[in-house]
Design a protein around this ligand. Structure first.
Ligand code: SIN
Length: 309
């Protein structure tokens, strides 16, 4: 009922983790592999191992989360080693995330993936809001276009980009026009809503240390923005460019709404952090129940079929 075709492979279901959550270590990646998620993605890798921002750098807050992790990760070789050994024993193509902190680092990372035996799908994260002094790349439209031109000059493996949320119709139009020039496999919308501020009411204090408390917001707070971004890109991008819907997926109903807006795969971030990998089984059961109640046998029966008034 929930089978999902993505590129040439059919995954058992559309659920995945969002990069950054439960995917930093081999142990966490193995947990995801053993979970009910259709597939999973590795933590966004930089060339060298990074410690990330000082702690506390993540906080659960009433309607979601705030984080300023700052790309802590074990370096690209660690995740590439994992991916290469994973693909020896599994047929499902794995997703592999990279996030350089400069254009040149992104190019070098992708050159490394291109030169490797990796056969899965690569995600170029152009939207991390948490590295001090480094703006989110995909808010710079000419720079995004320039990077993609360089990347597609040499990168021939399946590639998607992870985008920040956009909030203006003109920006949806402009970004879609840029993305449509390239043979992208997918667009992942959205990364956290960057640079929010949560205040602990008992202490009159921020809840995370980096950047004086500013951090990316996830969870329930972001679902309407995530749905709008998924819908905006689903209606503007070439049909060959699939959408991964991320943001505010806590329940089967949230997953259903992302699919209705046109998403093909779905990533769970904050709720995976709060609930652990058992979240996938619960959301899948809830999604199946909704589909049964509505008389749908396959996701294709309703994907993208959002009604307007
Ligand atoms: C982080 O490591 O700061 C989170 C990654 C992201 O938001 O892209």
């Amino acid at each position: 009922m929930l089978e999902t075709k993505f590129l040439d492979f059919t995954y058992e279901n559309p659920l995945m983790n969002a990069s950054g959550v439960h995917c930093m270590t081999v142990e966490e990646l193995d947990d995801l592999s053993a979970s009910k998620a259709g597939v999973f993605i590795t933590k966004s890798a930089t060339l060298q191992e990074r410690a990330g921002n000082p702690e506390p750098r993540y906080a659960d807050v009433p309607l979601g989360s705030i984080n300023s992790m700052g790309l802590p990760n074990h370096g690209v070789d660690y995740y590439l080693d994992y991916a290469l050994s994973y693909q020896k024993n599994h047929t499902a193509p794995l997703f592999f995330s990279v996030a350089g902190t400069s254009v040149e680092e992104n190019i070098t990372l992708l050159e490394k993936v291109q030169a490797s035996e990796f056969k899965g799908i690569t995600e170029l994260n152009l939207s991390c809001p948490n590295v001090p002094g480094k703006p989110q790349v995909a808010y710079d439209f000419p720079l995004t276009e320039q990077i993609l031109k360089r990347v597609f000059g040499f990168f021939t493996k399946p590639l998607g980009v992870k985008l920040p949320p956009y909030f203006d119709m003109a920006h949806f139009d402009q970004m879609a026009a840029i993305l449509n020039q390239f043979p992208l496999t997918y667009v992942n919308s959205i990364n956290s809503i960057g640079n929010g501020l949560y205040i602990d009411p008992t202490r009159d204090q921020v809840v995370i240390r980096p950047k004086e408390g500013f951090g990316g917001i996830g969870g329930e707070y972001v679902k309407p923005t995530a749905l709008a971004n998924v819908r905006a890109f689903a209606t503007r991008l070439n049909p060959e460019i699939k959408i991964i819907g991320t943001g505010g997926i806590l329940t089967g109903q949230d997953a259903y709404e992302h699919l209705l807006c046109g998403a093909t795969m779905l990533q769970v971030g904050t709720q995976l952090q709060k609930e652990g990998p058992a979240v996938f089984d619960r959301i899948l059961k809830e999604l199946s129940t909704i589909m049964e109640q509505k008389g749908y046998e396959r996701i294709e029966d309703f994907r993208g079929k959002l009604k307007t008034i």
